[in-house]
Design a protein around this ligand. Structure first.
Ligand code: COA
Length: 449
């Protein structure tokens, strides 16, 4: 084995370890659109889900079946009918949906039963259990349109799903529900997955979709300057939903986003939209720091906010010990008072636990992140990361292309989070003039994707 392999594999594997520890015993609801299965992605998705489950995650898999039902309808010479972004399920469509769901369940169970030597599924024993976990009610007649056998989720059998998960099985749910009179209703995969995640108070809801995620500027065309927004705070996602048209088709910005927001508001802290087109998208989203799609995250707003003049005392108290030991450059009270609105803070019960300031250099399309500090008693809990993300968002919103830091001791923390070292000569002229050559701080830059 080459030593180069050792040097790449071992650090890579170790970098994944914290996520493995963190997610053990957590519950993920993974919603896979029917298009992913139609595109032949099931074998790899099953391999990745099997691996995620074997690392201690409780997985509920919800599958969609839009293209499969439409194909059955076409074969029967029928046309798919939609209204309000939802299928109108007449008798023929209900038949087609039942056939499609049966076929898909069979294919999914078969995919999880693979175990050939030299494949990622070798040695895996995944039990897939599906059942009548969803009680449904009819959509009824909306604006004069009779939705017939299309339904909405009325109740989720939380105890039944939880028992099945505790028993070590993966729960598979089709977008079907039954009324107490035994009538079957065709549901949407998105609604089922969202309702199940809320009812279980899952740790994650993940939509594996035909879209790559939500772009930074959702109404502008795809381009290098308009990448995927990897982390959308709940408040920003809600604001975006108000701006964009209602989600009727999967390609509409609001289509999956509305469900992510609903889940987040109801206590599912993180919901994700990821593309099935990228092989291993689930692994990349779950086990890599920045992920690949969009994550809507419910960060408590009262905790993370921009500072005001009233916070200056708290900021000084927080950074003082680090100024004294030389980790941070000394700043006077007057300077912090003057720049209070440059600071972002994490506050809890009136105490400031973390802060950082953003100083833009618009002429160079960059900004300095300064005075990043997390109080010693709450270090290692992700507050540093939370502040960094917010600072990145502030810089992006200001139209800047990068942020930079000057550091003498914390280089590795920044490198792990996508910063690269550059020569001090890189600094914008105005900052270079203030650079303290004796302190020999390292300059690290992060490009804002
Ligand atoms: C650097 C700092 C802001 C990180 O904040 P935090 O909330 O603890 O960070 P997170 O919880 O997001 O990340 C914690 C991880 O960073 C690592 N870390 C902390 N300080 C580090 C350092 N100086 N160098 C490298 N890694 C560091 C922790 O070991 C932990 O690693 P793990 O996830 O592998 O266990 C915080 O440690 C701090 O305030 N340090 C003192 C002030 C400082 O150095 N500021 C930077 C000035 S340029």
């Amino acid at each position: 084995m080459s030593t180069v392999f050792n040097f790449t594999f071992v650090p890579w594997f170790r970098s994944v370890a914290p996520y493995i520890h963190k997610f053990r015993n957590q519950t993920f609801v993974v919603a896979v659109c029917g298009e992913a299965i139609a595109a032949g992605k099931l074998p790899h998705l099953a391999q990745d889900l099997a691996m995620i489950q074997s690392m201690g995650v409780k997985v509920v898999l919800v599958h969609g079946f839009r293209p499969q039902v439409n194909e059955q309808l076409r074969a029967k010479g029928h046309e798919a009918k939609y209204s309000h972004g939802m299928r109108i399920t007449d008798e023929v469509a209900l038949d087609c949906a039942q056939e499609a769901a049966g076929q898909l369940r069979y294919e999914i169970e078969a995919a999880f039963s693979q175990g050939l030597p030299n494949t990622p599924m070798a040695g895996s024993t995944i039990r897939v259990i599906s059942g009548n976990f969803i009680t449904a009610r009819p959509v009824g007649i909306v604006d004069g349109v009779d939705f017939q056998h299309s339904g909405l989720v009325r109740k989720v059998d939380v105890a039944g799903i939880s028992r099945t998960l505790d028993f070590g099985a993966m729960v598979l749910i089709s977008p079907f529900g039954f009324s107490p009179t035994g009538e079957a209703f065709n549901l949407t995969m998105e609604e089922v997955a969202t309702s199940v995640s809320i009812a279980l108070q899952a740790d994650k809801l993940i939509f594996v979709t035909e879209i790559p995620g939500i772009r930074l500027k959702p109404d502008e065309p795809v381009s290098e300057d308009n990448p995927i927004d990897t982390e959308l705070p709940l408040a920003a996602a809600e604001a975006l939903l108000i701006k964009v048209p209602a989600g009727q088709r999967p390609s509409d910005t609001a289509f999956y986003l509305q469900h992510c927001v609903k889940a987040c508001k109801a206590g599912v802290e993180r919901s994700h939209i990821i593309p099935f087109a990228v092989d291993g998208a689930l692994l990349l989203e779950i086990y890599v720091h920045d992920g690949i799609g969009t994550m809507v995250v419910d960060e408590k707003l009262e905790e993370l906010r921009e500072a005001t003049a009233d916070d200056v005392g708290g900021i000084l108290q927080l950074i003082e010990p680090f100024e004294q030991d030389g980790t941070l450059v000394k700043r006077s009270r007057t300077e912090i008072e003057r720049d209070a609105d440059h600071y972002t803070i994490v506050e809890h019960d009136g105490v400031i636990f973390a802060c950082a300031a953003l100083y833009p250099y618009p002429e160079a399309k960059t900004a300095e992140m300064a005075a990043l500090t997390v109080s010693p008693q709450s270090q290692g809990q992700g507050d540093g990361e939370k502040i960094l993300k917010r600072i990145e968002q502030r810089a992006r919103a200001a139209g800047l292309q990068s942020i930079f830091v000057l550091t003498t001791r914390t280089m590795h923390w920044f490198i792990k989070r996508g910063f690269v070292q550059v020569d001090p000569d890189w600094l914008p002229d105005a900052r270079k003039r203030k650079y303290n050559w004796d302190r020999k701080s390292q300059v690290l830059v992060k490009k804002l994707g």
